[in-house]
Design a protein around this ligand. Structure first.
Ligand code: SF4
Ligand code: SF4
Length: 414
């Protein structure tokens, strides 16, 4: 079998400025190239690809952590092909994001297996955990520690670079003394290098609360052009940056597809991810974005954007035209919370909808709904939906279009 080592592989690409010092003792390549991707694709798939222009990718620093990364990073969450991970790494991406819960732990295992023989100074790993996400355990600190230890075991690593509290639902969760005590302990033991949290909801409030604690160093936030609280959020991010926080953007591609006119009419087309990324990178307070590419084509699209990051007039027109459409992305604004007569967790169900109709991953939808213990006919017997979404989501119809996935046997799901 034809093999090639990383050093030689990177040498094949015209990488400028490689080996930038990122933090004391850590070095990482700071640029990527289409040539590298093309060569990697050829190596892994035998597919010939067009050669694209070489060049640098801008790097930015994650607040007071001192970690400097390319503006393009990888959200590994949905990827299940290690060859895509390898292509991303070989093309100069240095920051990889996973979580305890992704793919029931298989995602962390894949990351661990891939990086086990790599030089630890050439990549950064972020993972997430939250023992109180559904039910608060009696011994929170112990449960949190067991969760982190499991992640480290799966990752085959002694430490992770960033450990996020996964999706705190409220300001109280962000400032929970048990969370802060556990995080500080993990850091003092050397199991995590930096403390953070990931959030979709109440973002400005949670950012201000994080600043107050003086404990957090990085925040992973959903950030895209569809957010109707953008001015307020940008001001909060600015305050966070001034306080030394680093910001990582997720959900940059607003659900990955253009919305079907009606949920049962599955005509969603792919979104132009490059335009979405270029929109995000206009905000210099966002250090990096973690699109969840799962294929070589999607990686290629992201790399092309990273090599041509200027937000163009054409991008502007495209984004403006999408801005008026419903799309697939639930902003998690919380405005519908309490509307449902059956107290259903609407934003979570909308996320499951997006996983199927945007990401094309019905198994992830099923996993999400199963976690919420929801059946296929959750709205049964309820007439006249009381949920009002300012973004125009037809919530009842979307639920009807996704809930039946819980009854589909796993062997039929992607
Ligand atoms: S469904 Fe609509 S109202 Fe509810 S959280 Fe999502 S965007 Fe907000
Ligand atoms: S139709 Fe479904 S989502 Fe709407 S109020 Fe009834 S149970 Fe809730």
């Amino acid at each position: 079998m034809k093999t090639i080592n990383r050093r030689r592989f990177l040498g094949m690409s015209a990488i400028a400025g490689a080996g930038a010092i990122i933090t004391p003792g850590l070095t990482a390549c700071k640029s990527s190239s289409q040539t590298a991707l093309a060569a990697e694709e050829a190596l892994t798939t035998g597919k010939a690809t067009a050669e694209a222009a070489d060049g640098k990718i801008e790097t930015r620093t994650l607040g007071k952590t001192g970690i400097t990364v390319p503006v393009l990073s990888m959200g590994v969450m949905r990827a299940d092909n290690p060859a895509v991970l390898r292509a991303a790494y070989n093309s100069g991406i240095t920051f990889f994001d996973t979580a305890h819960g992704y793919q029931n732990g298989k995602n962390e295992e894949m990351v661990g297996e891939f990086f086990k023989d790599k030089d630890r100074s050439t990549f950064y790993i972020a993972t997430k955990g939250n023992p109180g996400r559904r039910n608060v355990p009696d011994d929170y600190g112990k449960a949190f520690e067991e969760m982190l230890n499991t992640s480290l075991r799966r990752l085959q690593m002694d430490y992770v670079d960033i450990y996020y509290l996964h999706g705190p639902g409220s300001v109280e969760d962000v400032t929970n003394p048990q969370v802060l005590a556990a995080m500080k302990k993990f850091k003092s033991e050397g199991k995590i290098r930096h403390i953070g949290f990931s959030t979709h909801a109440n973002k400005p409030e949670q950012i201000d609360a994080a600043i107050e604690t003086g404990v957090y160093e990085v925040i992973l936030i959903s950030y895209n052009f569809k957010l109707n609280i953008l001015p307020e959020l940008d001001r909060a991010i600015e305050r966070g940056v001034k306080a030394g926080l680093g910001f990582v953007a997720m959900k940059t591609m607003v659900g990955g597809g253009t919305a079907p006119a009606e949920p049962w009419n599955n005509n969603s087309g792919p979104i132009d991810g490059a335009a979405c990324l270029r929109w995000v990178w206009q905000n210099k307070n966002i250090a990096t974005a973690i699109p969840g590419f799962t294929s070589f084509d999607l990686l290629d699209n992201c790399l092309q954007a990273a090599h041509n990051p200027k937000f163009t007039d054409e991008d502007k027109k495209y984004i403006a035209q999408l801005g008026s459409q419903e799309l697939l992305y639930c902003q998690n604004c919380g405005k519908c919370v309490g509307d449902c007569k059956k107290h259903l967790p609407i934003p979570d169900i909308m996320r499951a909808y997006m996983y199927n109709y945007g990401y094309r991953q019905p198994s992830l939808s099923k996993e999400t709904l199963a976690e919420l213990a929801l059946g296929a006919d959750v709205c049964k017997g309820c007439t006249g939906c009381a949920v009002k979404c300012p973004s125009g989501f037809k919530v009842k119809e979307k639920i009807a279009a996704i809930a039946p996935v819980v009854n589909v046997p796993d062997r039929f799901l992607a």
